[in-house]
Every structure is written in C-alpha cells, then in structure tokens.
Design a protein around this ligand. Sequence first.
Ligand code: FES
Ligand code: FES
Length: 156
Amino acid sequence: MNVTININGKDYSDDVEPRLLLAHFIRENANLTGTHVGCDTTSCGVCTILLEGVPVKSCTMFAVQANGKKITTVEGLTQNGKLSPIQEAFHEKHGLQCGFCTPGMMPTSVAFLKKNLNPSEDEIRWAISGNLCRCTGYNGIVDSVKYAAEKMASNQ
Ligand code: FES
Ligand code: FES
C-alpha cells in the first residue's frame, strides 16, 4: 500500500506491506533512527512518538494507520536548530545515562508539559509511567521535566 506520512514537517512516501509497524517505517523507510525499538510489545515506551501531538507507542501502530497524519519524533523536537526546553533540561539535569529510553521520554514529556506547566513530582512520575528506564532510577528524569516546566512557564 502507498502511504505518505509527514514526519517532523517533511513528507515520506513509500509502498509498504500493510503489516509494517510505524516504528519500522520511521527507522527504516524514513531513516530516522532516533526512535528506538525495545520490547515490541507496547511495554517499554522507547518507540514513543507524537501523532498529531499525542504520544503513541509506534510499535503498536501500523504505518498505514498513520497515512496522511503528522508525526514528531525526537529529531523533530529541536527548535530552529537549537535544543528545545525538554532537550536542554535533560542535558542540564542529567535526565539520561545510556540514553536508550530518552527518545521516548522526551515526546511523552513534551505532550505532558503542553497540558501542565506546574506539575507535581507525582504528576510527572505518573505521566512518564509508560516509559521505562533501566539506568537512572528516574530521579534525573523527574528533575528534567520539572526544570523544563519552569523554563517554559517563565517564557510564557
Ligand atoms: S518498543 Fe514500543 S513500547 Fe517497547
Ligand atoms: S538512560 Fe538508560 S534506559 Fe534510560
């Protein structure tokens, strides 16, 4: 089937098998390898992207289901070649160690912060509960999301 998916503002078209997962379209057809695949079973969240602004685990969708839709991957979070607040925050607050979970953590956090720029620690932990991290113990990630929220709120 022919699909066209807009990823980070650019259209990617290809003839794909109906069974092709969106995660594989992003990585192999669009060559955007920031999005990772971990469990392939909707558990770990490393494949999270934004579909029309909503966080979605891209191993859980077929590419054909995203036909005609807009997607943002971790590569698309930069703003005019600069780090976005969430990217800067993960850097400043050590929100990563190996970095494997980071491309999923960031889109999840961006969608959460669109709704809540004054989150409590519990709210942050709940928001990222669908994204697993095996390294950080989550404290650095929670601090990063809080830091990004404060930066974004002060720029409003
Ligand atoms: S690879 Fe998609 S949730 Fe783990
Ligand atoms: S930083 Fe290693 S899995 Fe999260």
